[in-house]
Design a protein around this ligand. Structure first.
Ligand code: HAM
Length: 456
């Protein structure tokens, strides 16, 4: 392929150890998995399935309906919603010009697509609130580290057309229930960043504070930019010099208008009423531009002291009452939440939650000789269709190998068909635990196998 101008500018950091490791495995580095990406292999999927199932079941119980949207969208969608001043859009988004010259982006979060889908599919005319949930990958070109990937997965819930703080509370309740059921101790962090009206006044005060106290040169480069574009995010900076300044920054709660204050108080009352502990975190502002009013994050409770600066949230969300309107829909209050699957899975692996016991009622079908193999294949299909859990290793010839496989799979019974059984129209049923074998009439194999497996 001819070199393009971009190739010249491309800087891919190569790790010599990784290159050597891959070489030993027989894979050239140019085919290797990209940095920050992850393979989820075999049994790890049991944890994923558990989280996704629990979260989806909870979403459905609370009235959310499933929706799937494309992973590739117009670049403008994210500029307008996630926001041009956010790190996600300004630094981390995977975007490119496609073959038609259209500027597109691979979604860095799910919310904008659901807002678009809500307007584009005429959901404004459906009975409200419209509650939906979606699951899938998101992409952010972040610096990879434990718990931070370039492709990660979210379970995302959104509520459209509900102004009541009950909706905000419902999202927190669902998160609380999910993490309790997964036996993960969490801390709910909550704040209110005001509506368009009261926030404007606050932002003026905050900017003045940082300009006066911050003596701009002491701020990190990101915060210098934030001071111009999105001063609220100064409160979120993890750099020690900037972080120290937030201690004396004016608190947003002092500037909330009556409406924001009332709604926030009601959310806190609901949490108190349901005994859901929370931490009022006045520097929680969230890194996306669309939020208004109540915002929250779910942090894993750390053993020992871990500073907020290296805290990685398991989930986060909040209200975004102006976003639907900004896409051309009629004014529609909305709020939502996204839970990170990778970080949740990493937690449950250490929480010791038992995974659902595998159904051990496995029947293995073994065969010896080609004629028996063909008959065994038919038997396999018959038993499978009747709802029994059958397994096989039809590519194997040796009975010893097949019995080993049956043991590995945890089979309780093995049905053995060999030449003798073919001639006698019988089949052997072997109890894998005791090793006892019984010859039965082939015609009765299904009823005999069912009888034995159900006694396990
Ligand atoms: P977010 O806080 O950017 O919010 O992401 C939500 C969760 O996704 C995080 O708490 C984290 O668990 C997970 N996550 C995000 N980035 C990564 C990453 N690079 N690696 C691993 N996990 C990650 C949103 O995305 C909003 N759309 C939430 C929302 C929905 N607000 C309203 N509706």
């Amino acid at each position: 392929m001819p070199k393009t101008k971009n190739d010249k500018n491309t800087h891919v950091r190569r790790d010599p150890f990784r290159k050597e490791e891959l070489k030993q495995k027989g894979l050239s580095e140019k085919f290797a998995r990209l940095r920050g990406m992850k393979d989820v292999i075999f049994d790890e999927n049991k944890y994923w399935d558990l989280v996704i199932k629990k979260a989806s079941d909870l979403a459905e119980i609370y009235g959310f309906k499933k929706i799937q949207t494309p992973i590739l969208e117009n670049l403008e969608l994210y500029k307008k919603s996630t926001g041009e001043s956010s790190d996600i859009v300004s630094k981390e988004m995977y975007s490119f010009i496609d073959k038609n010259g259209e500027k597109v982006a691979i979604r860095p979060e799910i919310t904008p697509s659901l807002v678009r889908a809500y307007v584009e599919n005429g959901m404004l005319n459906m009975p409200h609130p419209v509650k939906m949930f979606s699951f899938g990958p998101i992409f952010r070109h972040e610096k990879p580290q434990a718990g931070r990937y370039r492709q990660s997965h979210q379970l995302d819930l959104e509520i459209f057309g509900e102004d009541s703080p009950v909706a905000d509370f419902l999202l927190m309740l669902i998160s609380y229930n999910l993490f309790s059921e997964l036996q993960i101790d969490i801390e709910l962090q909550i704040n209110n960043i005001g509506c368009k009206v009261c926030r404007a006044e606050y932002v003026k005060k905050l900017t003045a504070y940082y300009k006066e106290r911050g003596n701009r040169s002491r701020l990190c480069n990101d915060c210098k930019r934030r001071l111009e574009k999105n001063p609220l995010r100064l409160l979120d900076c993890k750099e020690p010099a900037c972080s120290a300044l937030k201690e004396d920054a004016p608190p947003i709660v002092d500037f909330l208008c009556e409406d924001c204050k009332n709604k926030f108080t009601r959310v806190l009352e609901y949490l108190d009423e349901m005994n859901i502990p929370y931490n009022l975190n006045l520097s929680l502002v969230r890194g996306l531009d669309y939020y208004t009013g109540t915002v929250f994050e779910i942090w894993a409770k750390e053993e020992g002291e871990k500073s907020a600066s290296n805290q990685m949230s398991l989930g986060g969300g909040g209200r975004y009452d102006s976003l639907v309107e900004s896409f051309g829909g009629r004014p529609t209050p909305a709020c939502g939440l996204a839970i990170g699957i990778e970080r949740t899975v990493a937690r449950i692996k250490t929480s010791g939650i038992p995974l659902e016991k595998e159904d051990k009622k496995i029947i293995f079908i073994a065969q010896l000789g080609d004629a028996a193999r063909r008959k065994a294949m038919g038997l396999f299909e018959e038993l499978r269709k009747s709802g029994l859990r059958v397994k096989q290793a039809f590519t194997r010839d040796s009975l010893k190998d097949q019995l080993e496989e049956a043991n590995l799979l945890g089979a309780k019974l093995t049905l053995i068909l060999g030449q003798k059984e073919m001639n006698d129209k019988t089949i052997i049923i072997r109890d894998m635990e005791s090793g006892n074998q019984e010859v039965v009439d082939y015609k009765k194999v299904k009823t005999e196998a069912e009888k034995r497996i159900n006694n396990v």
